[in-house]
Design a binder for this molecule. Structure first.
Ligand SMILES: Nc1ncnc2c1ncn2[C@@H]1O[C@H](COP(=O)(O)OP(=O)(O)OP(=O)(O)O)[C@@H](O)[C@H]1O
Ligand SMILES: [Mg+2]
Length: 134
């Protein structure tokens, strides 16, 4: 089994969230973690568009997938901004703040690299004994 990696840029506009999901589905269609991976990338792509400079006209974000023997690594690189990705503590009826909570609940681990000039928000998913074929 050899590890592999794919990355693709998307325009920072709402239709790209669907395109990013399709990118994940096509790469991971034979993987048990495909549904979780789709949800995670959907939340991270939405955040890149909504909360960072990637959402400006003509800007973009990068979705990367790495397959390893026992886990998948997913990352979304954005064009940065003043806020930082944080899991909110919120009441059940408050609006927003659910995306990263979902990411943290679906993943083994997640985190952030970078600064206001560009951040990668990443998450890892367990794949058990899944073969990393592509
Ligand atoms: N890529 C990012 N860069 C900078 N800040 C971010 C990024 N992603 C999220 N954030 C910050 O972290 C907060 C929490 O993100 P989260 O996805 O959990 O909630 P939300 O996007 O505000 O709402 P929801 O996802 O529930 O619609 C955001 O409100 C935003 O301030
Ligand atoms: Mg969000």
């Amino acid at each position: 089994m050899s590890a592999w990696r794919f990355s693709r840029y998307f325009l920072g506009s709402a239709p790209s969230v669907t395109e990013a999901r399709r990118f994940i589905t096509s790469l991971l269609r034979d993987w048990s973690a495909v549904d979780a991976a789709e949800l995670i990338v959907s939340e991270l792509a939405t955040n890149a568009i909504r909360h960072t400079a990637s959402g400006r006209f003509g800007s973009r974000f990068l979705v990367s997938v790495q397959a390893h023997p026992d886990h998948l690594w997913l990352g979304v690189l954005d064009e940065g901004g003043q806020s930082s990705p944080l899991v909110f503590r919120h009441s059940p009826d408050s609006e927003g703040g659910r995306g990263l909570l979902l990411v943290s609940s679906l993943s083994i681990d997640w985190g952030v690299w970078g600064d206001e000039h560009g951040r990668t928000v990443w998450a890892t998913l367990s794949t058990g004994s899944q073969t990393a074929s592509c």
